[in-house]
Design a binder for this molecule. Sequence first.
Ligand SMILES: Cc1cc2nc3c(=O)[nH]c(=O)nc-3n(C[C@H](O)[C@H](O)[C@H](O)COP(=O)(O)OP(=O)(O)OC[C@H]3O[C@@H](n4cnc5c(N)ncnc54)[C@H](O)[C@@H]3O)c2cc1C
Length: 404
Amino acid sequence: MSHEQELLVVGAGPAGLSAALAARSLGVEVTLIEADARDQERPGSRALFVHQETLERLGRLAPGLGEKIAGFGILWQVARTFYRGKEVYARRYDTEQVSGLPPYASLRQLDTERFLLGACRAAGVEPVWGARVVSVRSDPNGVTVRAENGGEWRARYVIAADGARSAVRTSIPIEMDGGRSSDYRVAVDLSGEDPGGAPAERHLHYRHPALDGRNLLIVPFTGGVQVDVQCRDPADGEALSDPDAVRRWLPRVVSREQAERVLWVSRYPCLQRVATCFTDEHRRVLLAGEAAHLFAPLGARGMNSSIADAEAAATAVCLALRSTGVERARGVVEDYDTVRRQAARHNRARVEGALRHLRAESAWSRLAQAGAARLASRLPRLGAWLDKAPYGPRGPITLRGGLY
Ligand SMILES: Cc1cc2nc3c(=O)[nH]c(=O)nc-3n(C[C@H](O)[C@H](O)[C@H](O)COP(=O)(O)OP(=O)(O)OC[C@H]3O[C@@H](n4cnc5c(N)ncnc54)[C@H](O)[C@@H]3O)c2cc1C
């Protein structure tokens, strides 16, 4: 076993890398351990959208990092909304006029992770690769962590950022509440810019006629576009993600040239779960990111809120380490639990609102969407509603006014 660390972070995804960076920026000694081997690429389509608030946050953790990510990501120039194949609303972004950090940056998660890892290395944190945590035991003085490869660590605090199937969370154990909704999505990432040289545009289709009336979102990112289909149920998701089926439906919604450039196809259920507590009984383990919550990917709440957790968790650990007295240290960690669990519940509720809107189960909501589409050219605020509602309500959700 190595000497007792101040902080051990488990998992080098967006939450873990950000937590390690935040810890370093606060002068906390940190070790970051990761199950995957070095340079192992994680396949599949994941988060694209890095919000301005996150770019600012990352800039606080590592000067210049927000600008780097923003410089690599893209802003789309137009967001178009279609209803039954007909364009009903367009929102334009003046991408030339952006000064300072842009309102968002769109890039693949693996690129965001590459920038985060670069910043960690610059801050002197190299993950311990190939160390899959299998057991975690906390006690009033700290935490003992064991990995499958025989590695063993002792730390005063642990940030569990080991994702949806968190071994740390199950070791403690902490339950998740909430369930799996019947919503299912299929995401296909396509590489390359539009061969026709078209500018980057986000397209949202309500009831796409070429997809038997399913909803569809097409989102550009640096180096490609993501095509995201809202399926009717899990069986529909399975059928639509079959490689032969993808070859049939994809050319109906993007150009033939684009349809040839499939990077990967992901099929996923919309889980809406939040841990019942973000810390253990001894207040030594702090859950962050998808180890603590899972949201359906609407409104970009997954990765953005994971990075917000990470900064808050590292700050709590720093304060707890410097606290005089056990009770104060416990209190700081309990505050983290209260604030970030509340944020996660707000996030989940907002995603639930977006899912309800997209499901349009009641005759009234279907009528409202059809009516808004019909009147949007005369009443642009109805078009704006169709454009924004699939992301869920906005507005500050935390005590400090953050959006995630
Ligand atoms: C298909 C899909 C689409 C998504 N789309 C969006 C989107 O559009 N916008 C958005 O904001 N979010 C989206 N998300 C969510 C986003 O990907 C996650 O919120 C984000 O990855 C969470 O980061 P994390 O660091 O908490 O977890 P992860 O990214 O899962 O990272 C966890 C890390 O821990 C490591 N690990 C796991 N187990 C162990 C162990 N036992 N020991 C050591 N290390 C371990 C893993 O290898 C991994 O590196 C999407 C997710 C999916 C699956």
